[in-house]
Design a binder for this molecule. Structure first.
Ligand SMILES: [Mn+2]
Length: 412
């Protein structure tokens, strides 16, 4: 092989067309993050760019986000950098696409914008006549991914083993070890001898260098659960061939996105008016220009004149932020306390049986034990048929007991 080095970028999950919080500004943010990523790639001048799925938020993108995609991808084409793309779960609605002849990514690759869509097949990065890198792109299959990947590895076994350049696998799914239930096992990846496994789907940066697995995370935050990892980015990957080995140098390059912050505040034993006043001051003090803010308010209060405190409508108090989310957890605290003050479960059953069902006092204990046992059976059984069998048993014991009680009463 003449070529001794390969340079590529890897990004994923841009979710173009996400109108988050119903805001035009957020719709623009997703395009900006993608545009920033592609500009970064153009400046890095790689041989090619990998994109591992979820280019769009919806399988049926509308004109505005389609135009964003075409305009942004045109920059890569102008720079002569091919984009190699694999499928994500957001991009595709299977049956429809299959039946009618193509999904949106196929449509984009039909346009002459330098995009190559790899669906359960191998493509090569070539320089002149020489094949430099083999790239296997796998479609999105959710929990079936592992089985289908195994089938593909068998199908392409000779082609992969016979290739002496750099080998890359692209997929969209949870790899074993990522948060979430795994779609692909490490065993499957291990036996395949790929030099770089490009992964999308998880929106956080995640790596397993031992198995050459790299997931850069989404280019923008699609939910506040992703904020705990504020940095967004893409991989700048260089491989150098030394003898028989490919040696990698992988760097994470940050993407600028709109700032997001979480504030947690606990109120200490205040009355409702004091809480409202303190909340308002706290929101004003922590207002941040252009940011997305999430406030989590917890605590207790002394005054009993209000049934609960909901501070949600205070989200309009910060004026400089783009969007504010308020989570009030007062209600939960109150509910717990109220439950303690009212009745125990047993007292509640007693109340219900005596007053609602006018159950004679001598039967109340029997009925309560039936209720308690029934609940235990329902919570403890795995299947409905188990529940039915055990409940049947319990009811027959109950009616026997009741019958016995009834006859003693008659006698007495
Ligand atoms: Mn995604």
């Amino acid at each position: 092989m003449k070529r001794k080095s390969i340079h590529f970028c890897h990004l994923t999950d841009s979710h173009l067309g996400n109108r988050q919080y119903g805001l035009l500004a957020r719709f623009d943010d997703f395009a900006k993050a993608f545009s920033y990523s592609i500009n970064t790639c153009v400046n890095l001048r790689p041989d090619f760019v990998l994109f591992t799925g979820d280019l769009f938020e919806h399988a049926k993108p509308q004109a505005p986000e389609l135009r964003q995609a075409v305009i942004i991808l045109e920059k890569l084409k102008q720079a002569g950098i091919p984009l190699i793309l694999s499928q994500g779960n957001h991009d595709v609605s299977y049956s429809r696409a299959r039946r009618y002849g193509g999904d949106i990514l196929e449509f984009l690759s039909d346009l002459d914008i330098g995009l190559r869509y790899v669906q359960d097949e191998i493509t090569y990065f070539e320089v002149g006549e020489e094949k430099i890198a083999l790239i296997l792109g796998v479609n999105y299959y959710g929990k079936r991914t592992d089985r289908i990947l195994n089938q593909l590895l068998t199908k392409y076994l000779d082609e992969i083993n016979g290739f002496n350049g750099l080998k890359i696998l692209m997929l969209h799914g949870f790899v074993q070890g990522m948060p979430g239930v795994a779609d692909v096992k490490l065993n499957t990846i291990e036996k395949s001898s790929f030099d770089y496994v490009a992964v999308g789907h998880l929106h956080e940066r995640w790596e397993n260098p031992k198995y050459n697995i790299y997931c850069p995370g989404s280019t923008e935050h699609t939910s506040s659960s992703e904020w705990k990892q504020p940095e967004r980015g893409l991989y700048d990957v260089r491989f150098v061939n030394k003898g028989d080995n490919w040696v990698s140098r992988i760097e994470y390059v940050n993407i600028e996105t709109r700032p997001k912050y979480i504030f947690q505040h606990e109120f200490q034993s205040l009355s409702v008016p004091e809480i409202r006043e303190e909340a308002e001051a706290y929101l004003i003090n922590n207002d941040i220009e252009g940011a997305i803010l999430r406030f989590v308010f917890t605590g207790n209060y002394e005054g009993k004149e209000h049934p609960f405190i909901n501070l949600d409508h205070y989200r309009h108090v910060p004026k400089a932020s783009l969007h504010t989310i308020i989570v009030s957890k007062f209600l939960e605290v109150e509910k717990k306390q109220e439950r303690k003050q009212i009745l125990s479960k047993r007292e509640a059953y007693q109340e219900l049986l005596t007053h609602e069902f006018e159950t004679p006092t001598i039967y109340v204990d029997e009925y309560i034990s039936l209720i308690e046992d029934s609940l235990k059976i329902i919570e403890g059984s795995n299947t409905i048929s188990d529940q039915e069998r055990l409940l049947d048993k319990r009811y027959s014991r109950f009616s026997k007991g009741l019958l016995a009680k009834f006859s003693t009463e008659e006698e007495g």
